[in-house]
Design a protein around this ligand. Structure first.
Ligand code: 6PG
Length: 236
C-alpha cells in the first residue's frame, strides 16, 4: 500500500490520470477492465484522463458503484463518467440497467452477470474508488448489509443514512483487483483519512482495503493528508 500526496486537488487530478493511464498500459491481458469511481472527486481526473495516450479500444469500463436513478439523472455516476471521460474515448462502457419496472436487486444481478462476461474470475485489472466523510467507499456505507457480502461480485445495498438504494461492488470484488487507486481530496476528508490509514481495523468501511490482494495506491492532496501523523507518504 502506498500513499501519494499531491500539493493541490488539480495536481492530484492530473497525477491520478497519469497513474491510471500507466496502469492500463501495464495491464497484462488482451483487454483491460477498469472499475470507475463515482462521486465528485474523480470528475477532474477523468477530464485529464481523456487526453492521456491510452489504447482505449482494448479497455472495458464498468462502475464500482451507482446510485439507483435513471441514466440521465444528475446524480448518476454513469452520467458523470460518460460526460467527463467515456463520451471522449473509444473504450467500451458497461453500466447497470435502470428502469421503473426493475428493482435494484434485479439490476445488480443483471450487472453482475454482465461483469462475469469480461472480468475473468472477478479480478478487475483496476478499480478506482473514492472515500466519503464517513469512511464509506463505493456504496459500502457503515452498518449496511453489503459490507458483509463475501460471495457476490456486485449487489444492491439499502443505505438508511441516505434513505436510498445503491448498487455496489462488494468487498471481495474490490479486494481481488490487481490495482486499486483511491482518490481523495479536501480538508473535509482529513480526519477520516487519518482514521482509515492510521486507525484501528474496523473503524471505517474503506479499511476493507487492508485485505486487498493487489496493489493499493492512495492518491490524495495535501489538504486531505493534513491529519496524517504516522504513516509514511510519498510527496509527488
Ligand atoms: C458515490 C461514490 C462514493 C464516493 C464518495 C466520495 O456514488 O457517491 O462512489 O463512494 O466515492 O462518496 O465522494 P466525493 O468524491 O464526492 O467526496
Amino acid at each position: 500500500m502506498r500513499v501519494n500526496v499531491f500539493p493541490t486537488a488539480d495536481e492530484l487530478a492530473a497525477g491520478a490520470a497519469g497513474a491510471i493511464a500507466n496502469a492500463i498500459k501495464e495491464s497484462p491481458g488482451a483487454r483491460v477492465s477498469v472499475g470507475l469511481a463515482g462521486g465528485s472527486t474523480p470528475r477532474a481526473t477523468y477530464e485529464h484522463l481523456r487526453w492521456e495516450p491510452v489504447p482505449w479500444d482494448g479497455v472495458d469500463l464498468w462502475l464500482s458503484d451507482e446510485r439507483w436513478v435513471p441514466h440521465d439523472h444528475e446524480d448518476s455516476n454513469g452520467l458523470m463518467a460518460a460526460t467527463a471521460l467515456v463520451d471522449h474515448v473509444g473504450a467500451r462502457f458497461v453500466r447497470p440497467r435502470w428502469s421503473e419496472y426493475l428493482t435494484a436487486m434485479d439490476s445488480a444481478a443483471f450487472y453482475e452477470a454482465e461483469l462475469r462476461r469480461f472480468i475473468p474470475g472477478g479480478r478487475s485489472d483496476i478499480v478506482l474508488l473514492g472515500m466519503g466523510a464517513d469512511g464509506h467507499t463505493a456504496s459500502l456505507f457503515p452498518d449496511t448489509r453489503a459490507l458483509d457480502e463475501h460471495r457476490r461480485w456486485f449487489v444492491h445495498n439499502e443505505v438508511p443514512q441516505l434513505d436510498t438504494w445503491r448498487l455496489t461492488a462488494t468487498p471481495p470484488m474490490i479486494n481481488r483487483a490487481r490495482t486499486v487507486l483511491v482518490l481523495t481530496a479536501g480538508e473535509s476528508k482529513a480526519d477520516v483519512l487519518a482514521t482509515a490509514l492510521e486507525g484501528p481495523d474496523g473503524s471505517v468501511p474503506i479499511q476493507l482495503l487492508r485485505h486487498a490482494v493487489g496493489e493499493v495506491v492512495w492518491m490524495v492532496d495535501e489538504a486531505a493528508a493534513s491529519s496524517l501523523s504516522s504513516i509514511t507518504v510519498e510527496r509527488v
